[in-house]
Write a protein that binds this ligand. Structure first.
Ligand code: HEC
Ligand code: HEC
Length: 263
């Protein structure tokens, strides 16, 4: 029994080994091919680019065209023009689930379509190809200066998003959201495109390097599970001081009454 099982297992292992060898062979062949024929690689790349644009057009015509128009020019009272907003804005709006916008109509509460990364790439390719505008950064967003980022954050972002990025209410019922769940690219593209009531922080206002520092700072404070202090709902140092003060006064009063009752 046990030996039969062992034999079966070893046969399975051999079969896995064969599959691995086949995969390695295929990858090697592919690598060799791309080295040997670099001239053919470029047109293939272009072809896949225009395939992405075409796929993006289909998605756009299905999900965006009613509000943003046939030629990205926008539709009155429905949606703004997407000419010049660039793939950065598409990334931000679609990746954070803001787009496609769902209208509040007397309709079955269908779950909004959520696009996957490949579809977002395709929508980005389409809007970029026909509208132009700011693109995603091509370099790594890691490795910013946390201390410098903290300073820049307090200067540029804290007035709306609060000092620890928890967000807060703005005037006329608008709200700056919490930054706790934002990924690096969402942070970058939010600054670059200024969604809704948020100002645009172009590369003149904040250089790409300064944006990276802000990202490093925001991710650092988001990853801190707790900024410290007693567990009173993390409402901040003022409230903590107030609690200490009230409890302290309470203890003092108790002491006074206790001594008074003794006397
Ligand atoms: C029901 C209408 C509607 C649909 C459908 C819709 N949008 Fe929008 N879109 C809007 C409105 C309204 C705004 C402005 C929102 C704001 O300013 O907060 C907007 C804003 C945007 C922006 C930001 C533009 C800027 O100035 O930076 C992008 C990008 C965008 N939409 C892309 C899309 C894409 C891509 C789709 C399809 C997947 C889509 N939208 C579907 C209504 C819509
Ligand atoms: C004037 C107020 C204001 C300032 C200043 C501001 N923001 Fe915003 N921010 C907003 C508002 C409002 C939104 C929501 C926009 C929307 O939903 O269309 C937002 C959204 C965001 C988001 C998207 C969060 C999400 O829900 O996914 C990020 C990221 C962000 N801001 C980062 C920043 C950073 C970084 C700075 C500083 C460089 C900054 N903001 C400065 C008002 C502000």
């Amino acid at each position: 029994m046990a030996r039969a099982r062992a034999r079966r297992r070893s046969k399975q292992r051999r079969r896995l080994g064969n599959v691995a060898a086949l995969m390695a062979g295929l990858i090697l062949t592919g690598a060799l091919y791309s080295v040997v024929s670099p001239a053919q690689a470029a047109p293939a790349d272009d072809a896949s680019d225009s395939a992405a644009v075409e796929a993006g057009r289909e998605l756009y015509e299905r999900s965006c065209i009613t509000c943003h128009g046939e030629n990205l020019e926008g539709e009155a009272n429905r949606g703004p023009s997407l000419i010049g907003v660039g793939s950065a804005s598409v990334y931000f709006q679609v990746h954070t689930g803001r787009m496609p916008l769902v209208r509040n109509e007397a309709q079955a509460p269908d779950k909004p379509a959520v696009f996957n990364d490949e579809e977002i790439e395709q929508l980005m390719a389409y809007v970029q190809a026909y509208g132009g505008g700011p693109e995603l950064p091509s370099d790594d967003l890691k490795g910013g200066d946390v201390a410098k980022g903290g300073e820049l954050f307090r200067l540029n972002c804290a007035s709306c998003h609060n000092f620890v990025g928890e967000g807060g209410a703005l005037s006329s019922g608008k709200r700056a959201p919490s930054l706790k769940d934002s990924n690096d690219l969402e942070l970058y593209t939010a600054m670059l495109t200024g969604p809704g009531n948020m100002p645009v922080f172009g590369d003149n206002q904040l250089t790409p390097d300064e944006k990276r520092s802000i990202i490093a700072y925001v991710q650092t404070i988001s990853n801190q599970s707790d900024p410290g202090g007693a567990g009173i709902g993390r409402v901040g140092p003022v409230a903590e001081g107030l609690v200490i003060w009230l409890v302290g006064i309470g203890i003092l009063m108790f002491g006074v009454f206790w001594m008074g009752s003794k006397a």
